[in-house]
Design a protein. Structure first.
Length: 314
């Protein structure tokens, strides 16, 4: 990612890795996030029964929201533009050697210090490719995820002729708090069923409004009108939980009530979501988002080759 000078092509000194690890393990006392946690607790205490409010608060997870970087922000990645690929690696393609378009690239060393609920690498980079909007095929099978380990020699690469290139948008980061939406596995584990979660949590009324409505209004303020580009946390899925989708793809069935399905779903976590972004002409159709999920064991092993991907729209 030479546009951002993230240095992913250089070896990371051992001393720096020790410092980075300490920063990752230390819980970052982000004033804004602490304040948002207080706001959410006030909402929960107002709308929910005391025991249910405690259970809701226990489900909150921090995530890294990616947003347009300002002149004083640390840049952590980019949407579109040209990638820095490992030397000798051919440009990613799919059917009939159609070149893929860079959607997003992230430098992990720039994310250290941000609260997040998943075990991200301390260095290196991750690049997300997908067929461009001009492709005549279903683009989902063409998505590619490329992990570049620290110390890998890379160089900025110009896309091959005929490649659709999204405009470059440099990204900054901030931590946000997320809660489970609709049909996340943790709701089944916490409340026994999605119907119980609807009854005890989302449908609870106060002054003629539901807790779900209160959370939506809170999120509108927190989002600041930004696109939903996010690492970790609970994915803001349009349809089904990305964790359930990944588990179903791995098992070949979607028996939510089965113990084997629950065990498989528990092994997966949301990795990344990318929403439509008019700043860089990114549109996936019907307000769709792109989602990647990964097994927690694969993430800890820095193995992204089995990550699950899909697009969800209205």
């Amino acid at each position: 990612m030479c546009d951002l000078d993230l240095g992913v092509g250089h070896a990371v000194p051992q001393r720096l890795l020790v410092v980075v690890l300490w920063m990752r393990l230390a819980w970052r006392k982000d004033v804004a996030v602490t304040g948002r946690r207080g706001e959410l607790e006030q909402l929960a205490r107002r709308w929910l029964a005391p025991g249910i409010a405690d259970r809701f608060m226990a489900l909150l997870r921090p995530a890294i929201r990616l947003c347009a970087s300002g002149p004083d922000d640390q840049r952590v990645g980019q949407l579109g533009g040209e990638p820095a690929l490992p030397d000798g690696m051919p440009w990613p393609t799919w059917a009939d050697d159609e070149p893929l378009s860079l959607v997003l690239a992230i430098g992990f060393d720039r994310l250290v210090g941000y609260e997040v609920d998943i075990d991200l690498p301390l260095a290196g980079s991750l690049l997300f490719f997908r067929p461009g909007p001009e492709s005549a095929r279903d683009p989902d099978p063409g998505a590619r995820l490329i992990y570049v380990p620290p110390g890998t020699a890379v160089s900025r690469r110009r896309p091959p002729s005929g490649t659709y290139v999204y405009p470059l948008k440099r990204l900054a980061a901030r931590t946000v708090l997320t809660w489970p939406h609709g049909c996340e596995p943790v709701l089944m584990a916490q409340f026994g069923s999605f119907a119980q979660a609807d009854q005890l949590v989302w449908g609870q009324q106060c002054d003629g409004q539901s807790f779900q409505d209160a959370l939506w209004r809170h999120r509108v303020v927190v989002d600041r009108g930004e696109p939903d580009h996010q690492i970790g946390g609970y994915a803001c899925t349009v349809q089904n939980s990305i964790v359930y989708q990944a588990a179903g793809a791995a098992l070949g069935h979607y028996n939510y009530q089965g113990a084997a399905f629950a065990a498989e779903a528990a092994m997966w976590t949301a990795l990344l979501q990318v929403s439509e972004d008019t700043d860089v002409d990114m549109g996936w159709g019907d307000g769709a988002l792109l989602y990647w999920a990964v097994r927690t064991t694969d993430l800890s092993a820095r193995n992204f080759s089995r990550a699950y991907y899909e697009t969800q729209g209205h």
